[in-house]
Design a protein around this ligand. Structure first.
Ligand code: WTA
Length: 656
């Protein structure tokens, strides 16, 4: 579709809510009024109506020590009790919590009663390994039920988990384990990827035996998933199947203070060191449950919900584990990739389980567009009634394709903007309430306030002007800080526009209808297939290679992945440039240091990098090169001839 026909097509569509949908929707227009009338009373009501408290809270919000928030002060609750036990106690033990679909076609049906037993056994097992309230547990696992059991078992004990995405390397795992001082690691022998087993525990071993540092890890609990050969340390390693099944299947869930840390999740920042974003108990669970109810419109009695994110990312935390399970929903958990064994695998799963709510990322949708609409057309997807998108802006063309070929031309699409730091959805339409606008996340949900600021920090509302997105009021699921680094927390989020505004790091604008459009990161963070990667982290991986003197990394627009990693590298004087071979070696080096997701699409070997007089690399100019554009203003360069030198001397290699 050309741009012209796309916009006229958009113009003709009626995207106002369908009245039958509105009649049953969890979200209602009056929520906006209620939240605007009394912000704290609104959230107190959400907390009391959606969550079971062991002790009621005395104060809704304590913001006296801003930007360090305390929500639902004095309250206590257990997250695992809320996500599991209370549904069994309410007589819903027979309801399916998880339909597990293994990549190879093995399946498991786990009811809430089963989940209660599995989580209890896992909690007893972790305690037998010495895990106590407050200890950190690292989780490095694929998308299997044991991963969910482990996370909930940690919540049950009050031992914050730090889930590390299975695509990260031993090096990345080491940094994260060390920063959180994790006492126990839970992992698997391997993980299935496109029909082949890939080792996982081996990276844990390497992370623990890293350099001369003494590792904080005392025990490693290993699920056998792929029958991959593993090295074994008898004093440290324990098989899940030897320890967990024999544990008692009941476990007393102790209430935790509302502000007790629930988990740490590392995300990329503008420096090479990843930030341990941490979330606490009562506020996080309240907003995860609330948004899953009003934005995804989950009706636990009738819906089958499927969030395709990996549990290693925040979306998997809030919208596979905590939100849907707190609401007592039935969901699909799929282990594998979308094209194994064929490109219709997702749609086959939708048909098989009658999935009614699907939550995924624009990069996946664009991949399916490339594969063709005839693939989903082969399956019965009439069960779908709500679609969601998360992770990056969804372009209108992908939005329309999603609506038509997955949503049967009728399902509302909720384009949800949020971050690891926000913990839960912040800006999104409410299905059944909002008239949709393809490509825009539209407006803050009830209870959330945002503004767009200009360079001087003044809010504005004129359409089409580009500014910075900020959040103007504390919210229950906000990060409580950066693990071990309160100063960095203040500096990163609360200094750019003064202490009043949380600066999200995203550019944004309004359209003439007042909808908010998110325009991507304004800092040096890239978004590749919905995964956040920092330019600095990849640059430092590149310069750790003996042949590399200097490196600059930019995110260049990419049709499928949103952005792609493009690296510009200066070789050391004594290094030999073997052309394509060197390029491949450097690409693989990054994959080894950080993980395959960070592998550059392109590595370009250049004689110089464009720098300002103060020595700051001008990534903007490199981005022009990477995106094949005329190079922009070079007047602030220390040496303005550098750009032509780069273009002439470039020997580049590209991806597989
Ligand atoms: C981007 C993922 C536009 C944004 C939940 C944000 C989006 C970063 C959207 C957070 C969206 C996420 N529209 N951009 N609907 N959702 N983003 O921490 O740049 O992995 O700051 O959290 O993703 O990424 P994170």
């Amino acid at each position: 579709m050309t741009d012209d026909s796309l916009s006229s097509h958009l113009h003709e569509m009626d995207l106002s809510p369908d009245s039958a949908f509105t009649a049953q929707a969890n979200g209602t227009a009056d929520l906006y009024d209620a939240a605007a009338a009394d912000h704290e009373a609104f959230w107190a009501e959400q907390a009391r109506s959606r969550i079971s408290w062991a002790t009621d809270f005395e104060r809704t919000l304590d913001w006296d020590d801003a930007p360090f928030a305390k929500w639902f002060v004095g309250g206590s609750l257990n997250v695992a009790h809320n996500c599991v036990d209370r549904h069994v106690e309410a007589g819903n033990g027979d309801r399916v919590a998880i339909h597990f679909e293994g990549e190879g076609g093995d399946t498991r049906t786990i009811t809430y009663a089963d989940l209660q037993k599995e989580v209890s056994k896992a909690a007893n097992a972790l305690e037998s390994l010495g895990v106590e309230t407050g200890d950190r547990v690292a989780v490095y696992m694929p998308m299997i039920p044991e991963t969910v059991f482990t996370m909930l078992a940690c919540a049950r004990i009050g031992a914050p988990h730090s889930v590390i995405f299975g695509g990260f390397s031993a090096e990345a795992l080491h940094t994260r384990i060390a920063d959180a001082e994790a006492k126990v690691v839970v992992t698997t022998d391997g993980q299935w990827r496109r029909g082949k087993p890939a080792p996982l525990k081996a990276a844990v071993d390497a992370a623990i035996h890293h350099g001369d540092d003494e590792s904080p890890v005392e025990k490693v609990l290993v699920v056998k998933r792929t029958d991959t050969d593993v090295e074994w340390d008898d004093s440290r390693d324990v098989w899940w199947h030897d320890l967990v099944p024999g544990q008692p299947d009941t476990h007393e869930a102790q209430p935790m203070d509302s502000e007790h840390p629930l988990f740490i999740l590392y995300t990329s920042g503008t420096t090479g060191k990843p930030k341990g974003i941490f979330h606490t108990t009562g506020g996080y669970l309240t907003q995860a449950a609330y948004t899953n109810a009003v934005v995804h419109d989950v009706h636990p009695e009738t819906d089958v919900y499927w969030c395709t994110a990996d549990v290693g990312w925040v979306t998997g935390h809030s919208y596979i584990v905590y939100g849907p399970l707190a609401n007592g929903a039935t969901q699909v958990l799929y282990e594998g990739t979308p094209d194994t064994p064929h490109q219709g695998r997702w749609w086959e799963i939708v048909e098989k389980y009658k999935v009614s709510i699907l939550y995924t990322a624009p990069t996946a949708i664009r991949t399916f567009m490339k594969w063709g609409a005839d693939i989903p057309a082969k399956f019965d997807m009439s069960s779908i009634r709500v679609l969601g998108s998360v992770g990056e802006p969804i372009n209108p063309e992908a939005w329309l394709w999603y609506r038509k070929h997955v949503g049967g031309d009728k399902a509302p699409i909720v384009d949800t903007w949020w971050q690891t730091e926000t913990g839960a959805i912040m800006i999104s339409p409410l299905p059944g309430v909002t008239t949709l606008e393809p490509g825009s996340a539209q407006k803050p949900i009830p209870g959330i306030s945002a503004e767009i600021l200009d360079d001087d920090g003044n809010p504005f509302t004129e359409p089409e002007k580009v500014g910075y997105l900020v959040l103007t009021k504390p919210w229950p699921s906000m990060l409580r800080g950066i693990w071990g680094d309160p100063e960095r927390y203040k500096e990163t989020y609360w200094s750019r526009f003064g202490p009043k505004y949380y600066f999200a790091g995203d550019g944004a604008k309004y359209d003439e209808k007042g909808n908010i459009w998110l325009l991507g990161r304004v800092d040096d963070v890239m978004n590749v297939s919905g995964h956040r990667l920092s330019t600095a982290e990849i640059e430092s991986a590149l310069v750790s290679h003996p042949s590399v003197a200097e490196a600059a990394v930019v995110g260049a627009a990419d049709e499928t992945t949103g952005q792609a990693v493009c690296a510009f590298v200066i070789l050391r004087g004594d290094a030999v440039d073997n052309g394509e071979e060197t390029v491949q070696e450097l690409r693989n080096h990054v994959a080894k240091e950080i993980g395959p997701i960070a592998k550059p699409r392109q590595v370009m070997i250049v004689p110089e990098l464009p720098k300002t007089r103060s020595g700051k690399i001008m990534r903007r100019l490199l981005k022009d090169v990477a995106e094949n554009r005329e190079v922009g203003d070079v007047t602030t360069l220390a040496d303005s001839s550098v750009m032509s030198l780069i273009k002439e001397g470039m020997s580049s290699g590209s991806s597989d």
